[in-house]
Design a protein around this ligand. Structure first.
Ligand code: PGA
Length: 250
């Protein structure tokens, strides 16, 4: 089995002072894990996160980037700006961005391609809503999100991508997918990647689960055959909880 990739998605939380306190507490708690540890922080915390984690095993990610290199795009951040700071990862296409900020499979693809071109590793989020699952459209939605959202991605590029399967109904709701629901959906997604990129590439691809993962349910979820890690929102804001998830399966 692969080591896990455990990523914290801080969303729009933590001032610089709060970020520094959380990272200082987290550093010794996760120093000895074989798993990959990533914190995806607000843009304003990137500098703090990069300097405090320098030389440690914690990698730093942003939560979005634009698809253009530079220009008149007020409020956006170019991938090269992140790369130049030392940022390694970037979350793309989170369901909150799809819901509140008009992200589509096409913009997800454009941002992913630009991030890859700049040398960043995208963590690309996909997942169905409750209505889609209940009306039996889960597989159709996940297939579309992979086929459209990864349309021009090359097999070589895929090696630098992490996928996060995050059922929208489980995000921030306290309702977690069961171990089996998470594993079955990720297996299905892996099959769609296999159709597009071949079996070996799909097997090597890291696919995380995200949605109310916490210190109590992480061990079960992460022990499933196809769950290669977690993307953690709420619980990543508390050092001890996030550290417990990091260590839940190693
Ligand atoms: P949550 O968020 O863990 O708070 O449900 C997960 C995510 O949105 O990545």
């Amino acid at each position: 089995m692969k080591n896990k990739i455990i990523a914290g998605n801080w969303k729009m939380n933590k001032t610089r002072a709060e970020a520094a306190a959380l990272i200082e507490e987290l550093l010794p708690l996760v120093a000895d894990t074989p798993n990959t540890v990533i914190i995806c922080v607000p843009f304003t915390d990137l500098d703090t996160a990069l300097s405090l984690t320098a030389g440690s095993n914690i990698r730093v990610g942003a939560q979005n980037c634009h698809w253009k290199e530079s220009g008149a795009y007020t409020g956006e951040i170019a991938p090269s700006m992140l790369k130049e700071m030392g940022v390694e990862y970037v979350v793309i296409g989170h369901s909150e961005r799809r819901t509140y900020f008009g992200e589509t499979d096409a913009t997800v693809l454009a941002r992913t391609k630009a991030a890859l071109a700049a040398g960043l590793r995208p963590i690309v989020c996909i997942g169905e809503t409750l209505a889609e699952r209940q009306s039996g459209r889960m597989e159709e939605v996940l297939t579309r999100q992979v086929q459209e959202g990864f349309k021009d991605v090359t097999p070589d590029e895929l090696k630098n991508i992490v996928v996060a399967y995050e059922p929208v109904w489980a995000i921030g709701t306290g309702v977690t997918a069961t171990d089996e629901q998470a594993n079955d959906a990720i297996k299905f997604v892996r099959g769609v990647f296999a159709d597009k990129f071949g079996g070996k590439a799909a097997e090597e691809l890291y696919i995380q689960y995200g949605g109310s993962m916490n210190d109590a349910n992480a061990a079960g979820l992460l022990s499933m055959s196809d769950v290669d890690g977690g993307l953690i929102g709420g619980a990543s804001l508390v050092a001890k909880k996030f550290a417990a998830i990091v260590h839940a399966h190693e």
